[in-house]
Design a protein around this ligand. Structure first.
Ligand code: GSH
Length: 229
């Protein structure tokens, strides 16, 4: 059976992608969760992952690191990872690659922490540009392929790639446009997303680097996370 190495569900946006894809497509795997240590995490993850980062998929002796490589590895072995239609598939791969390599302002200003709600102190131009581009991409996918998922009737890897953004929308009250906002809500309501979210809120680990990064952007207006007794 596959083993998927992940970090905190509350913070780890990269871990969410393959986890959600595998859960939603019904690909069996054992989850191995190792929470972020305080400070640098390279030494913590390096015994399990060549980059010292998560996620990392283990398939017997094979280690596959980086969320995009994991998705492609799974696509060679399981149906439904990418859309069957070649046009939708080309679009889904392009949009996923764009998510993988871009949106630095969105990532930096709006770090993922599922259990908190944050009032941003400002919305810099780069953030607004990223929000506009995400909204444009979602709208385009929904219009071209008919929804309810980004590349058509079925959930696929492109939805998994943007799933962390749907949490960021909730945390930071981001507006991607009407249809895109409804899409984000629908993704958050998927059973696997609910499972991830509930587990994130039950975590009592706090990692100072992630906490500081979010507090640098705004003020907590709610914190729904469990507190260690
Ligand atoms: N491009 C990588 C990014 C992986 C990544 O940066 N993961 C974060 C956790 S969400 C991590 O391991 N951070 C630890 C570090 O940067 O030392 C992927 O797609 O898997």
């Amino acid at each position: 059976m596959y083993e998927l190495l992940i970090a905190n569900k509350n913070y780890s946006s990269w871990s969410l992608r393959p986890w959600l894809l595998m859960r939603t497509l019904g690909i069996p795997f054992a989850e191995r969760q190792i929470p972020f240590p305080s400070g640098p995490s390279y030494e913590t993850y390096r015994p399990f992952s060549p980059t010292g980062r998560v996620p990392c998929l283990h398939d017997g002796d094979i280690a596959v690191w980086d969320s995009l490589a994991i998705v492609e590895y799974l696509a060679e072995r399981h149906p439904g990872v990418w859309p069957a239609d070649p046009v939708a598939r080309a679009w889904a791969r392009s949009a996923s690659a764009e998510m993988h390599s871009s949106f630095q302002d969105l990532r930096n200003t709006c770090g993922m922490s599922c259990g908190v709600r944050v009032r941003l102190r400002e919305r810099p131009a780069g953030l607004l540009r990223d929000i506009k581009r995400v909204g444009e991409l979602w709208q385009e996918g929904l219009d071209r392929f008919g929804g309810p998922f980004l590349a058509g009737a079925a959930f696929s890897a492109v939805d998994a790639f943007f799933a962390p953004v749907t949490f960021r929308a909730l945390i930071f009250d981001l507006d991607f446009g009407n249809r895109a906002n409804a899409y984000a809500e629908m993704i958050r309501a998927l059973p696997a997303m609910r499972e991830w979210y509930d587990a994130a809120l039950a975590e009592t680990w706090r990692e100072v680097g992630h906490e500081d990064e979010i507090r640098a952007s705004g003020d907590y207006i709610a914190d729904y996370r469990a507190v260690a007794q």
